[in-house]
Design a protein around this ligand. Structure first.
Ligand code: NOJ
Length: 582
């Protein structure tokens, strides 16, 4: 190809270069109004699924002492916050998303002393701790629910939603996890039905009851007083309900968010929560779900609303995915959410979590040939977009989906009940299993792969969920010792993001929007500009750049070389490059 500006790029060299190539971070930030700079916007969040991270006592279940053992590793990633999935006392119908005591630690995970030690260990390492708050529903074994169901005149009756059986069948509501899809569960004790949008072991709390709200704020203050740094509000967009129970159109289940989310009252509850909790501490708040549309999302997160700091919008991870996905749609979705929140509000960026397939299996290519390079590409994307990145444990290694072939291997209540429902409804079970194999939440929950010893070094006992067979080649120990591993690429990316506020705050502008396999964009802050080039395909591609400005320095590259001239660039399969522009 024509005149080559440079053809090099051992990654580590590139990262060292960036330090001198870019203005120091405080200079870059001068282009940002001080009041808009926030620690939670600059945070790099690492999500730990405690059940699967590290087991310290050999019972096959990860625990808090296990996390403590691995804090140096977490620090080595360069992340600045940890979001921990629920660790409260729970009968575990939904792996901790059914809480029976919000002020205690699940026995399998350890004790409150362990928690304090873990949090202190994080804080000593400069890592903040974000807790999962699960208060759309509690466990059916929570004392509130035991009281509530015991009699119709119990003081806790109104903590939940009941429908007396003498009024006839309750109006149909869809449950996401129920084996029959029915969100009303009959309870003979008081001859009434209670509402559960998720499993029947997860009765929905009645947020219109001020006593419930006060209980929740007190629980949050309990944890904030202990020193936690933030809260992720589980399923909170569903907390307010229209208890006149209007009839929904047939087939509403397919679009249930439009009917369940953001009902009247929700914003008042959030403002009240903000007043009672968030405003009193330096904590961050993030909601799972961003409502039904942009307007809802703005109302949740715009600064002048005094509700939440940020939300996860689902439209990205909801892009249809089985057997590939359409890159044009991905670009369109991520771009429109970015543009919509460019000036007001703030969002999170994520490609995976404990409810999703593994990032590289779903968005990249988990074949032996492309697993590493595509995992690096995806981490480059996550850590170079605007919005607070949430990186899921194991994705920093490129951990992949597991291959289960029988329903008996699945542990997830959503998979097990979903299977029963599909069977009852006469679905094509072969297809059902194929889809489950790809998208089951258990894919994202297999034990962390630490090394090549028994059970990938996760546990001395029998792991609660099988370890992925590829752990002998794909593990932390092996990747630590390889300068060009996915893990070390991830570390380079966290350094790059932290040293370059342009990657946090900079304006995002799509480049070559029509390109079928390349996702490219610039990030600009003041006179600092970066160009991100990502080839989402197995084919190499050469294309014109037509940029305003010259790419001058490679600051990250998942290959050793880059072919670029003043006119064209050639990207190898799944090549991911960030260049500084003059
Ligand atoms: C969303 C959580 O992420 C998921 O894991 C859980 O099953 C549901 N909410 C119910 O709490």
């Amino acid at each position: 190809m024509g005149q080559t500006w440079f053809k090099y790029g051992v990654c580590i060299l590139a990262v060292l270069l960036v330090v001198s190539a870019c203005k120091d971070s405080s200079k870059q930030k001068e282009a940002m109004p001080a009041q808009d700079q926030k620690w939670w916007k600059e945070a790099i969040v690492y999500q730990i699924y405690p059940r699967s991270f590290k087991d310290s006592d050999g019972d096959g279940v990860g625990d808090l002492q296990g996390i403590i053992q691995k804090l140096d590793y977490v620090q080595s990633l360069g992340v600045t916050a940890v979001w921990l999935n629920p660790i409260y006392t729970s009968p575990n119908a939904d792996n901790g998303y059914d809480v029976s005591d919000y002020r205690n630690i699940m026995e399998e995970f350890g004790t409150m002393e362990d928690f304090d030690q873990m949090m202190d260990g994080m804080h000593q390492r400069g890592i903040k701790l974000v807790m999962d708050i699960v208060v759309n529903h509690s466990s059916n074994e929570h004392e509130w629910f035991k009281q509530s169901r015991s009699s119709r005149d119990n003081p806790y009756r109104d903590y939940y939603h009941w429908w007396p059986a003498e009024k006839g069948n309750p109006p149909y509501r869809y449950s996401l996890f129920d084996a029959k899809g029915d969100a009303w569960q009959y309870d003979s004790l008081t001859n009434a039905y209670y509402l559960h949008y998720f499993a029947k072991q997860q009765p929905d709390l009645n947020w219109s009851n001020p006593k419930v709200r006060q209980e929740v704020y007190d629980i949050m203050k309990f944890w904030a007083d202990k020193g936690v740094d933030g809260f992720r509000l589980d399923a909170f967009q569903f907390a307010a309900k229209d208890t006149t129970y209007p009839k929904f159109p047939d087939g509403f289940e397919k679009d249930f968010i439009q009917y369940y989310a953001m009902q009247d009252g929700l914003h008042e509850y959030l403002k009240e929560m903000n007043q009672a909790v968030f405003s009193k501490y330096d904590v961050m708040s993030v909601s799972e779900g961003a409502g039904r549309n942009f307007e809802d999302a703005h109302e949740l997160v715009d600064q002048d609303r005094n509700e939440l700091n940020m939300a996860y919008a689902f439209e990205g991870v909801d892009i249809p995915k089985y057997k590939g996905y359409d890159l044009a749609t991905m670009k369109e979705v991520f771009t429109k959410w970015d543009q919509e929140f460019a000036h007001d509000g703030w969002l999170s960026i994520f490609l995976a979590n404990h409810d999703q397939a593994r990032m590289v299996s779903r968005w990249g290519n988990d074949s032996e040939a492309y697993r590493d390079v595509s995992a690096k590409l995806l981490n480059t994307f996550l850590l170079s977009m605007r919005g607070t990145p949430y990186c899921y444990y194991g994705d920093e290694l490129g951990m992949t989906n597991i291959d289960f072939d029988s329903i008996s291997q699945y542990q997830d209540i959503a998979a097990i009940n979903g299977y029963q429902k599909a069977l009852d409804e006469g679905e094509d079970m072969e297809l059902f299993m194929e889809l489950l194999n790809f998208s089951s939440r258990d894919n994202g929950r297999t034990p962390m792969q630490w090394d090549a010893t028994k059970n990938a070094g996760f546990s001395e006992g029998d792991p609660w969920l099988p370890v992925n067979e590829n752990y002998m080649e794909l593990n932390v120990e092996k990747e630590n010792s390889n300068e060009n591993s996915v893990l070390n690429h991830f570390r380079k990316m966290t350094i790059l993001r932290k040293e370059n506020p342009v990657l946090v705050y900079g304006d995002y502008q799509l480049v070559v929007p029509e390109h079928p396999t390349v996702y490219a964009y610039t990030r600009t802050l003041g006179d600092e500009k970066m160009l991100v080039l990502l080839n989402f395909s197995e084919e190499d591609t050469t294309f014109d750049l037509n940029l305003d400005g010259n790419p001058s320095t490679v600051v990250i590259n998942n290959y050793t070389d880059l072919d670029i001239t003043d006119k064209t660039v050639r990207l190898l399969p799944y090549q991911a490059v960030i260049l500084k522009m003059d």
